[in-house]
Design a protein around this ligand. Structure first.
Ligand code: ADP
Ligand code: CP
Length: 312
């Protein structure tokens, strides 16, 4: 039996409630299939599109009424954990009932501690929200002081926010407790709600969105997982991505992965954090592996027939 952390990409979950339901329904059989094989699973998920949409919705609403104020990013991530966790609970339980398995599913509102002095606070890199064309993005930046937008992996322009590295998972013991009682746990949604601890030991949300791939690797480490699955919208990690020379990779050892990182093969804020998180987890020297593959082909990747395996 293996303990497996499965990270679902926010973009792979779609932009609307309907798309998200459909993506989860498609993924549920492979998630439940792993339990049927005797594995324990912990599900984490991204929230890039969702946290951006929630933030924008409050921003626009606040311009139309005095009774709604703009909502800070930690609260937006907390809301996205509830919304996505709700769909995951429904979708996974539906599949469990279909195959007659008596497991329970619980989502844990998860705070993730970050360092107050993380340099990421001064350099926003995490793309969130919708994609815009360049002219619209430049116009938005000209009219909204403090708004930073960048081109995201050939898909359009997006708002970027600070993305500090996860240091500690505050609800780790609750997650372990639920696992011990045969729960499928959904945790660290959207990378976790970023918090810092003050001198008195109290936690405070900070304006950032943690990368869920780094948070998932931290979660995998914290719960002693054997395998980290990072599910996204592409079947494999590629070099020469988006060019006529694109080559998809089945297998990536740490030295080769580092070489490709150094030569800028992976999109900053998209594939780069996935590869780096996978390298961190697989590089522990404990024989752990990480797999990056598409949500749609997850069952094939479980059999080693799709995805990119990152290993030590
Ligand atoms: N070298 C690469 N190989 C594969 N995909 C890449 C690469 N560089 C950038 N990408 C882009 O990264 C995307 C995955 O990142 P992202 O959409 O942020 O993930 P998530 O599914 O977690 O939201 C892929 O769908 C692809 O468009
Ligand atoms: N928080 C986060 O990393 O979300 P995505 O996976 O959707 O980018």
């Amino acid at each position: 039996m293996s303990r497996i952390v499965i990270a679902l990409g926010g973009n792979a979950l779609g932009s609307t409630a309907e798309e998200q339901h459909a993506a989860i329904e498609a993924a549920a059989p492979s998630l439940v299939g792993l339990i049927a094989q005797g594995h324990e699973i912990i599900v984490s998920h991204g929230n890039g599109p969702q946290v951006g949409a929630i933030s924008l919705a409050f921003e626009i609403a606040s311009q139309h009424t005095d009774t709604v104020a703009p909502l800070d990013l930690p609260e937006c991530t907390a809301m996205s954990q509830g919304y996505i966790g709700y769909h995951l609970q429904q979708g996974i339980v539906k599949e469990l009932r279909r195959v007659g398995m008596p497991w329970h599913v619980a989502s844990v509102v998860t705070q993730v501690e970050v360092a107050t002095d993380d340099p990421a606070f001064a350099h926003p890199t995490k793309p969130i929200g919708s994609f815009y064309d360049e002219a619209t993005a430049r116009d938005l930046m000209a009219h909204q002081p403090g708004l930073v937008m960048v081109e995201d992996s050939g898909r359009g322009w997006r708002r970027v926010v600070a993305s500090p590295r996860p240091v500690d998972i505050v609800e780790r013991d609750s997650i372990l407790n639920l696992l011990d009682h045969e729960f499928i746990v959904v945790a660290c949604g959207g990378g976790g709600i970023p918090v810092v601890r003050d001198a008195a030991g109290d936690l405070h949300g900070v304006p950032a969105v943690i990368d869920k791939d780094f948070a998932s690797a931290k979660l995998a480490e914290a719960v002693g997982a054997d395998l980290l699955f990072i599910l996204t919208a592409v079947d494999r990690v590629a070099i020469g991505f988006g060019t006529p020379e694109q080559r998809d990779l089945d297998d990536l050892d740490l030295a080769t992965a580092q070489r490709y990182v150094d030569s800028g093969q992976f999109g900053v804020g998209s594939m780069l954090p996935k590869v780096q998180a996978a390298m961190g987890f697989a590089g522990s020297g404990l024989g752990r592996r990480a797999v990056i593959c598409s949500l749609a082909k997850a069952p094939l990747a479980m059999e080693g027939k799709s995805g990119t395996v990152i290993h030590g």
